[in-house]
Design a protein around this ligand. Structure first.
Ligand code: ZN
Length: 210
């Protein structure tokens, strides 16, 4: 990440791509479906599940905003470099000799250090400044799925038969989400430990062209 004075920092602009919005809307819809299905039951399980889902959804949204904010700040920092700055990228003003795995992203028009991949769901490059938010986001979704599976399974025996199918389907679907999202986070961590990017051996390997 490049240094920049506070006065140059652009105003915060939350950008939620359509695919991310669909993901978040799906989560809200599933939470509401669970609440409608299980909330009439007595006992603390439905209540605790819904409260935990709401908290996880909130922290997930914070990390999503943080991920995109890091991209905005980095892009602004590169595009506002002083004219005397020794730029080595022919397309933007970034000094590619600084840091490893620097990759020019044509979608945003600037180079990103420690570039890992371009995330299709977030519609954003994953690089040194937002990779922590990227991992946390996956961890929150995994946790959210684990809570949903537990809540569904605990509510299942007390539910009327007509509603058991919905809870069972939700539990099954969230088991898959738990495995997929947790698996992606583990995949990134293992790749990073081995000095590789998530989807290949170099910044240009795997993922869509950027
Ligand atoms: Zn560049």
């Amino acid at each position: 990440m490049l240094n920049q004075s506070k006065s140059k920092v652009p105003a915060y602009h939350l950008r939620i791509p359509g695919r991310t919005l669909a993901l978040l809307s799906g989560e809200v819809a599933i939470g509401l479906l669970f609440a409608i299905t299980a909330a009439p039951l007595h006992g603390p399980v439905p209540f605790i599940t819904v409260v935990t889902l709401t908290i996880l959804f909130a922290v997930e949204t914070v990390d999503l905003a943080s991920l995109h904010r890091a991209v905005q700040l980095h892009r602004h920092a590169v595009l506002t470099l002083p004219p005397t700055f020794r730029a080595t990228c022919p397309r933007c003003r970034y000094d590619r000799s600084q840091g490893a795995n620097v990759h020019h992203c044509s979608r945003y028009g600037v180079c990103f250090p420690s570039f890992d991949h371009y995330c299709l769901i977030f519609d954003a490059p994953i690089f040194s400044s937002n990779v922590a938010a990227f991992i946390r986001f996956h961890a929150w979704i995994s946790a959210l799925s684990a809570v949903m599976v537990t809540g569904c399974l605990l509510s299942l025996p007390s539910c009327p038969t007509s509603r058991q199918f919905i809870l069972f389907t939700l539990a099954l679907a969230h088991s898959c989400v738990f495995i997929a999202m947790g698996g992606l986070a583990v995949k990134y961590i293992i790749a990073a430990r081995q000095g590789r990017t998530m989807w290949g051996t170099g910044a240009d390997a795997g993922g869509p062209p950027v």
